[in-house]
Design a protein around this ligand. Structure first.
Ligand code: DAH
Length: 358
């Protein structure tokens, strides 16, 4: 019996001395594990006489129970201690002010993306997306611009290396490709916008080989140019934060719309910077039109039952106009000083109620 109590105090001392869960596990395996001291004692009962069993059985089992309990209790203590240490080290003092000089800012293009999405979401549009590397078919052919079509020359395209079947992917030249992607998978009514990156071989103060566009598409049983005009007016009023936006339509040509129109917005350039809503100048803002029935049919939509309108324009240009940024190339130079001047803090989240800009 002395053996048992010596053993017990030894084990209990080891358990108390375990300073983490791994050390405690070592003690558990050494005592209660398959080949542990206590397991061996219990196994030895099998070879004992009934008298010996009577004495040793309760003693060994009692030892096992007490050691088991002690291990469980120590485990609880260690877990709590570990949690407390973690809580202490990971605690965040939310009463601390934000660092006074944050280095990063939200890029004006990202900000305008969010502004545009907020405005069109309020008008019932959802956001659709497509890839930057696009099928020639979606960027051109299904948009009524087959390979030999002269309108292909309107856009200086980056072509990818030919596929094994001879077809070539392009870096999409227009977000209009997302119209196709949407119509191929969604039945009318359709009401989407698609802001995203686009690419053309062009570079000067107002053109960058990578730039951003927004596309809009509505397809339903009754849509007409009045809806289109109203939508663009509402957008411009909200975007430029003006009470009144006056639009002027000019006839134009896009292969995927019939008729095609370009819209100018009335503005005043006399004061050295642009003011919208007044003045005697006009600024081109969106290309648009009624979706060409060929495009609807190419995308599996019955053009006898449905019509649609579409519009598209440059996001960078909208950002330049709204925030007075003169050169599009500066958007992509990653100059921290420029970002500090034109960027937004992470808290400038554009919402229609809270205000779209600072
Ligand atoms: N995709 C045209 C471009 O890049 C812009 C455009 C014009 C989009 C008319 C449209 C539209 O949806 O209807 O120049």
């Amino acid at each position: 019996m002395t053996d048992i109590s010596t053993l017990e105090s030894l084990h209990l001392a080891n358990i108390a001395a375990a300073t983490d869960e791994a050390a405690l596990e070592v003690v558990r395996v050494a005592t209660l594990g398959k080949k542990g001291t206590i397991s061996n004692l219990l196994k030895s009962l099998g070879a004992m006489s009934p008298e010996e069993k009577k004495v040793n059985g309760p003693a060994f089992n009692g030892l096992r129970d007490r050691v088991q309990k002690a291990i469980a209790a120590r485990k609880g203590e260690l877990e709590e201690a570990a949690l407390n240490t973690r809580l202490a080290s990971e605690c965040v003092d939310i009463t601390l002010p934000v660092r006074p000089e944050p280095q990063g800012t939200v890029h004006p293009v990202s900000q305008v993306f969010d502004e545009v999405v907020a405005i069109f979401a309020d008008l019932g549009f959802s956001v659709a997306e497509g890839p930057d590397v696009e099928f020639d078919d979606y960027n051109f052919t299904k948009l009524n611009t087959p390979p030999d079509h002269p309108a292909r020359q309107m856009q200086d395209t980056f072509y990818m290396a030919p596929q094994t079947d001879g077809s070539r992917h392009v870096l999409r030249t227009q977000t209009s490709a997302v119209q196709v992607r949407t119509m191929l998978v969604q039945k009318p009514p359709i009401r989407i916008i698609s802001p995203g990156r686009t690419y053309r071989r062009d570079s000067d103060a107002t053109h960058s080989p990578m730039f951003h566009q927004i596309e809009g598409l509505v397809v339903d049983e009754v849509t007409h140019l009045g809806h289109l005009k109203w939508t663009l007016e509402e957008f411009l009023k909200a975007f430029f934060e003006i009470d009144h936006a006056e639009l002027r339509a000019r006839p134009s040509y896009f292969p995927f719309t019939e008729p095609s129109l370009e819209w100018d917005v009335r503005c005043d350039r006399s004061g050295g910077h642009i003011k919208f809503g007044t003045g005697n100048d006009w600024l081109e803002i969106f290309g648009s039109g009624m979706v060409n029935p060929h495009v609807l049919e190419n995308c599996g939509i019955d053009s006898k039952k449905f019509q649609g309108y579409a519009f598209g324009g440059g996001i960078d240009r909208l950002a330049m106009l709204k925030y007075g940024i003169p050169d599009i190339r500066s958007f992509f130079e990653s100059d921290l000083r420029w970002l500090k001047a034109y960027g937004f803090t992470a808290f400038d989240i554009p919402t229609l109620d809270g205000g779209l800009s600072r």
